[in-house]
Design a binder for this molecule. Structure first.
Ligand code: MBD
Ligand code: FE
Length: 280
């Protein structure tokens, strides 16, 4: 027995699957059957066309079948879909916006992180590893109005690239907090710089990456959800200039508008980044 447990794909996948089922799954009950039929048929036709075009063999078909089974066994459907599909859904869903660019949510959001007021530190361990980061910003509407009482929910990986509630031996709300803007829509958040993130390599997604000769990296990122009454919820991630994976994120979720401009400070670094929300 060792005192600490190594993170495993199956454990973090199982957590992500449970989280998704408890928070989000509403089923297809509200989707008209014409729509289900259209989408299912076209996706299957795209698969059929690929099989014909590349003369897929029975050996390859069975490898796919075995791999798809393991995606479920490893609890990696949330990871697989969020890494390779969500960015297109996000693009289609938010293309009309005039305010801030957003990006994908990914598999590791947890609602109701502890409230920290307009100015404060994100919950963290004593001596939390990583460069201290002080982030000041303001939430406004595309109408120009400052949004007082807006919520900024922040969550991110630690300096080892691990997320609380999905990796073992990390306090429940570590590096997860909810901030509420002041009368001028302003906030100030103290946290630490996250590390680049490698998606689990020991599960089904890792097997695909290895078999295809891809890499498993996402650039370091801060996740946020920014919300205010009467406005569209913004889900975004912020990135650090110079990260070697900003240009080849496995999850295709980097946009130039989401790059930070960190400046050295007495204690670590400061960043300024504001949010503009679209009226709903
Ligand atoms: C992450 O941390 C993440 O943000 C995404 C999108 C996918 C996998 C892990
Ligand atoms: Fe992430």
């Amino acid at each position: 027995m060792t005192a600490t447990h190594s993170p495993t794909a199956a454990a973090s996948g199982a957590n992500a699957t449970e989280r998704f089922k408890s928070d989000k799954f509403a089923g297809v009950a509200g989707t008209p059957k014409e729509r289900v039929s259209l989408l299912a048929r076209e996706v299957l036709e795209a698969v059929h066309a690929t099989i014909r075009k590349h003369k897929v063999t029975y050996e390859e078909y069975n490898a796919l079948k075995s791999w798809l089974i393991s995606v479920g066994e490893d609890g990696e459907w949330p990871l697989f879909l969020d890494v390779w599909v969500e960015h297109v859904v996000e693009d289609v869903a938010t293309g009309h916006r005039k305010g801030n660019k957003g990006t994908i949510e990914g598999p590791y959001y947890v609602p109701d992180a502890p409230e920290q007021g307009a100015r404060g530190s994100v919950p963290s361990r004593e001596n939390e590893p990583g460069t201290p980061l002080t982030w000041t910003g303001q939430v406004t509407s595309t109408t120009g109005a400052a949004l007082a009482g807006a919520k900024v929910e922040l969550w991110h990986a630690d300096a080892d690239g691990l997320y609380s509630q999905f990796a073992p031996d990390i306090p429940e709300w570590n590096l997860r907090g909810t901030f509420t803007t002041d009368d001028e829509g302003r906030f100030e958040i103290r946290t630490v710089r996250p590390a680049p993130y490698q998606i689990p390599t020991d599960g089904a997604c890792g097997k695909l990456i290895a078999a295809a000769g891809w890499h498993a990296w996402r650039p370091a990122h801060l996740h946020v959800k920014v919300s205010a009454p009467g406005h569209e919820l913004l889900t975004a991630q912020l990135y650090f200039p110079g990260d070697e994976h900003n240009d080849d994120d496995i999850a295709s979720a980097v946009k130039p508008e989401l790059l930070l401009d960190p400046r050295p400070a007495d204690n670590g670094e400061t960043i300024e980044y504001d949010f503009v929300l679209d009226p709903a």
